[in-house]
Design a protein around this ligand. Structure first.
Ligand code: ATP
Ligand code: MG
Ligand code: MG
Length: 549
């Protein structure tokens, strides 16, 4: 794996270590447990855990579980699995909800210091008072309550004396601040909703900005790395830490990952699942980590992709081809080669000795000598890919044609002399002779042919189910829909093709998760749907990018 060059975050870290602002690197990955992680999260994970690893620091996994309405323990479990699968281990596991007591005490402290107040405006009124980018906001009529009055009201909020939305606790900053986030942001809202960890203990919940920086501070995080949308929250992040006079991490923003042919918002991913456009969060077409994993992506390839795209300060959209190339590159190095025929036509060798079966030696991986070789049965009746045969073909067609010759991979050169057709004129069988002097590895014929094709022995081939996956969306930017349309209008109707393939025997001697290259076709992984009766292969990626061709 590449060592990342010194991007701007690395430089900021170097500065702060040199100046003595911090004496080490402590980062965290802070997901909200309200969905499954996706490839965008992988970028954040690789960055946070990667920096800690590189700098000899620590990285925590912290669940930002401050919004009980959308959160679930199902997500808590899957997120931990995903981080481990990617190859990282957190130093400490935390939940923002573990800090609810401390956050509450700090809120009382700000109230006593005259820096927070209870406000009776409802959500709509709060919005109206806030003003706009061009107009300052107006002070809430409740802004000048005394600390005593505020304390009493805040305690009553906590005690459940008010209904949802009736009151909020707000920081008292500046309603005329050019940065809208500083216009008396809400710190607590009332929600009579049980929490997946704290149960019924709380009916007031901290807002993101109030909980996040303080959680960072409690964990003695030094670099709080987040996506660009939070740049305008940084002054508030700093205000809270300064007002409380607590350990003050440095927030640094980077561009979130956007990718072509994909949607990444959790809301949209949830909709795909709920409306059965996909089979679940782990559908191999989903950009979720469980989806990519089932698709056959390796953790190494995802880490390499994240290193390759780097870290920037400006948003951009990454071509999904770079992700696909990352897995091609890794699997080219490690995946054993096998032969599978997806759309078979029979090839009969008319001069093959009746009933003879010859074991042919085939190299498992030309990129990896240690992978060794295997034996595959060769006989007088084979299947080849129907696409690899034409009765008549242009001169540049280097596969098999009538009157032409081709090499059968790890086998012999065959010459085609005739075809058999059914009543409708469809070719049902290709008739060839083989050249006994041309056995692969011991060819004494001196013959040269341009094409090599794959094959399986008809009698020895096994049948497997193949799921050929393609991109889930047929346009580069499914999010850019018209006013009336939806991203769902851009679903690719051909994103899954299921077929039965004939494969060399070795391909049924496998376990779920095994990855192979079907020679000349693509990389495939054994799906967990596999049973003793049926082996199921998912296409990870075709060998070459064929999209749009
Ligand atoms: P949503 O708004 O859909 O819930 P989120 O960004 O709020 O998504 P979190 O679970 O809060 O999701 O994200 C956890 C961490 O992952 C955050 O630090 C966030 O910045 C980062 N992250 C999320 N999406 C991306 C992305 N596309 N690229 C890079 N980092 C991301
Ligand atoms: Mg979120
Ligand atoms: Mg978030």
């Amino acid at each position: 794996e590449k060592t990342p060059s010194k991007h701007f975050i690395r430089q900021a870290i170097d500065e702060d270590l040199a100046s003595g602002r911090f004496d080490g690197v402590a980062t965290r990955f802070p997901p909200e447990p309200n969905g499954y992680l996706h490839i965008g999260h992988a970028k954040s994970i690789c960055l946070n855990f990667g920096l800690a690893r590189e700098m000899g620091g620590t990285c925590n996994l912290r669940f930002d579980d401050t919004n009980p309405i959308k959160e679930d323990t199902e997500y808590v479990d899957s997120i931990q699995d995903d981080v481990r699968w990617l190859g990282f281990q957190w130093d400490n596991l935390h939940f923002a909800s573990d800090y609810f007591d401390q956050l509450y005490e700090w809120a009382e402290q700000l109230i006593r210091d005259g820096k927070a107040y209870v406000c009776d405006l409802n959500a709509e009124e709060t919005r109206q008072y806030r003003g706009t980018l061009t107009e300052p906001g107006k002070n809430s009529p409740h802004r000048d309550r005394t600390p005593e009055e505020n304390l009493e009201l805040f305690r009553a909020m906590k005690a459940g004396k008010f209904k949802d939305g009736e009151k909020t606790l707000r920081a008292k900053i500046d309603m005329a601040a050019p940065n809208i986030n500083l216009r008396d942001p809400v710190m607590y809202r009332i929600a009579h909703v049980p929490h997946h960890r704290t149960g019924d203990k709380w009916c007031i919940y901290p807002m993101y900005d109030w909980a996040h920086g303080q959680s960072d501070s409690l964990e003695k995080i030094t670099f709080s790395i987040c996506t660009l949308e939070f740049e305008h929250h940084r002054p508030l992040y700093n205000w809270y830490c300064e007002s409380l006079n607590i350990h003050h991490p440095r927030q640094i923003e980077f561009a979130r990952l956007n990718m072509t042919y994909t949607v990444m918002s959790k809301r949209k991913l949830l909709q795909l699942v709920k409306e059965n456009h996909v089979s679940g969060w782990d559908d191999p077409r989903m950009p979720t980590l469980v989806g990519l994993r089932r698709r056959g992506y390796t953790p190494e390839s995802i880490r390499a992709f994240c290193a390759d795209i780097g870290v920037a300060k400006f948003n951009s959209t990454i071509d999904v081809i770079r992700l696909e190339n990352a897995v091609r590159e890794h699997l080219n190095a490690v995946a054993p080669r096998r032969m599978a025929v997806l759309d078979p036509i029979k090839l009969t060798i008319t001069n093959w000795p009746e009933g003879k079966v010859e074991m042919m030696s085939a190299i498992n991986n030309p990129e990896d000598e240690s992978a060794g070789s295997r034996e595959i049965p060769f006989s007088g009746e084979l299947f080849i890919e129907s696409d690899d045969f034409r009765e008549e073909a242009p001169r540049k067609f280097f596969r098999l044609k009538k009157g032409g010759a081709v090499r059968l991979r790890s086998g012999y050169i065959v010459d085609c002399h005739d075809v058999v057709k059914d009543a409708e004129g469809n070719i049902t069988e290709v008739l060839c002779t083989y050249d006994p002097e041309t056995k692969s590895g011991e060819d004494t014929s001196g013959r040269k042919v341009k094409g090599t094709i794959h094959w399986v022995s008809r009698e020895h081939a096994k049948q497997v189910t193949v799921r050929n996956y393609d991109r889930l969306f047929k346009v580069e930017n499914p999010d850019a829909s018209s006013d009336t349309g939806s991203f769902l209008d851009h679903l690719n109707p051909d994103s899954l093709t299921t077929l039965t393939a004939y494969v060399e025997p070795e391909l049924t001697n496998v376990n779920a998760g095994d990855r192979v290259q079907f020679e000349r076709l693509g990389y495939y992984v054994v799906d967990p749907d596999t049973t003793t009766d049926e082996v199921v292969y998912n296409r990870i990626v075709p060998l070459r990018d064929t999209w749009g061709k």
